[in-house]
Write a protein that binds this ligand. Structure first.
Ligand code: LP5
Length: 246
């Protein structure tokens, strides 16, 4: 039975060749007669500093997406907090359809809400302030006007700053806020939300205004691959695969 696939938080970088290899094997192994579409819900890249990126490894990832689209598998891409600078140039080169965050899609007759997930982490006030700044179009225009090498340096500094900052935050602070999750179900009138970002893969059942709802959290690709598969019967399977999947 054809399936729709959802992935996020691959954090692909030349520095982790084994996960790059896993991604390429995953993409090449997708069969258009079995896969109706692939949704990438953010953080495909460890860091994307602009669509003029010329690193051969990162361009190879863009090519792999394009090859999927040319083989007849539509690829939908939502920006995450690591690849929020992916724009029209990336979409044209990869053939991906860019999704806004959040996006409501129809999946086999059911409305499903998709998000990277960072906007639901409302207790992390420092991050939300930072996010508002880097998502500002004027800030992005000014940044993208700087040379590629400078943007790479800034991104590396920002990563260091982020690692320092997250090391000092309580884990619960970096998870979704229950009220923000409920508000998302209520606002969009859906009973299923799929997101990534928190790296806490799970299928959660909850009740919102008396309605049974489901929140599916995608896994990261740090030690293995992770994919959510959905079929037309309404079955969702969260699967790990590759080296350390167990
Ligand atoms: O990414 P992760 O999972 O480690 O942590 C996130 C939040 N951090 C971020 C920052 C990104 O990691 C940075 C990646 C940049 C890649 C693309 C760059 C494009 C070019 C940009 C060039 C300027 O998103 C982290 C959350 C955590 O998720 C959990 O939700 O807590 O948030 C933070 O750490 C933010 C801090 O709390 C506040 C940030 C202060 C920034 C200070 C600026 C320093 C100036 C550096 C030079 C530009």
């Amino acid at each position: 039975m054809p399936r729709t696939l959802f992935i996020s938080d691959l954090h692909l970088t030349p520095e982790r060749p084994e996960i790059l290899q896993l991604f390429h094997a995953f993409a090449e192994g997708l069969d258009p007669t079995e896969v109706e579409g692939l949704y990438i819900l953010g953080d495909l890249f460890e860091a994307w500093v602009g669509d003029d990126e010329d690193d051969p490894v990162l361009r190879g990832i863009v090519q792999a997406l394009r090859a999927l689209v040319e083989r007849g598998i539509p690829v939908h891409f939502m920006r995450g907090n690591r690849d929020f600078l992916a724009g029209r140039g990336f979409a044209e080169a990869s053939g991906c359809h860019l999704l806004e965050d959040p996006a409501c899609i129809e999946l086999h007759g059911r409305a499903v809400l998709l998000s990277h997930g960072d906007t639901l982490c409302t207790d992390d006030v420092a991050y939300q302030r930072f996010r508002a700044q880097v998502r500002d179009p004027a800030w992005q225009r000014a940044l993208l006007a700087r040379p590629l090498a400078e943007r790479r340096r800034l991104a590396a500094q920002l990563r260091e700053e982020s690692e320092r900052s997250t090391a000092g935050k309580r884990p619960e602070l970096m998870d979704v806020n229950p009220a923000a999750v409920e508000a998302a179900f209520r606002t969009h009138g859906v009973d299923l939300l799929i997101h990534g970002h928190t790296h806490r893969p799970a299928i959660h059942a909850l009740t919102v205004d008396g309605r049974r709802c489901w929140r599916i959290v995608l896994g990261d690709w740090y030690a293995q691959g992770s994919v959510l598969e959905a079929d037309a019967r309404g079955t969702f399977v969260l699967r790990r695969f590759g080296a350390d999947a167990g």
